[in-house]
Design a protein around this ligand. Structure first.
Ligand SMILES: NC(=O)c1ccc[n+]([C@@H]2O[C@H](COP(=O)([O-])OP(=O)(O)OC[C@H]3O[C@@H](n4cnc5c(N)ncnc54)[C@H](O)[C@@H]3O)[C@@H](O)[C@H]2O)c1
Length: 168
């Protein structure tokens, strides 16, 4: 049997924790470390009995991994993604890939040139409802679609916006 892929989680906040827990449930992968300078990041690593690193550099100097989940604030995704590309480390980067289109392109091009896989966490594309909608459209059952307009509204509790970067 193949040994499980070793995954490290960079940024263990709301979503990074969920990503780590999802990986831990998989038979094909395991989390081997958490990188997050915050006290809650360390607490989380301790809870899961995982190695904890206060910075990406500290991790790179100490350990290897097969892949990384980048779940830090949006503004950090490109720099961290470029570091992963430089390290030949495939990355799942939480959405949005960047906070501007130009730097997003720089990261995408760098990954292509280096041949390093990066994937943006647009998980709703894999949602079963969306998959069925796609199949129906492809089957032609609703005819030739010439335009589509869709929107999705989600309600976040007020305290979600107490985290500074979310309003910047
Ligand atoms: N896929 C989704 O459905 C989904 C949903 C919500 C958020 N997100 C995305 O996930 C990302 C994280 O969102 P969140 O809500 O979990 O944010 P959060 O603020 O809860 O967590 C961010 C974490 O990153 C850590 N961090 C900050 N600087 C760091 C550094 N230099 N190195 C390592 N860790 C660092 C913080 O300590 C914090 O624990 C955002 O890009 C967000 O848009 C995706």
């Amino acid at each position: 049997m193949q040994s499980p892929l070793q995954i490290v989680v960079l940024g263990a906040g709301l979503i990074g924790k969920r990503q780590a827990e999802a990986v831990q449930k998989s038979k094909r992968a395991e989390v081997v470390g958490v990188i997050d300078p915050s006290a809650s990041g360390k607490e989380f690593a301790d809870e899961l009995k995982l190695d904890w690193f206060s910075s990406f550099d500290e991790f790179l100097n100490a350990k290897k991994a097969d892949g990384i989940v980048i779940a830090t604030p949006n503004q950090m995704h490109v720099d961290m993604g470029l570091q992963c590309v430089a390290q030949n480390l495939p990355a799942l980067i939480e959405k949005p890939i960047s906070d501007n289109a130009q730097s997003a392109s720089i990261l995408v091009e760098a990954a292509k040139t280096a041949g390093v896989e990066i994937l943006v966490g647009h998980h709703r594309r894999h949602n079963s409802i969306v998959k069925v909608a796609k199949e129906k459209i492809k089957s032609g059952v609703i005819g030739n679609i010439v335009a589509a307009h869709s929107s999705c509204w989600l309600c976040k509790p007020d305290n979600y916006f107490d985290v500074e970067w979310r309003t910047q």
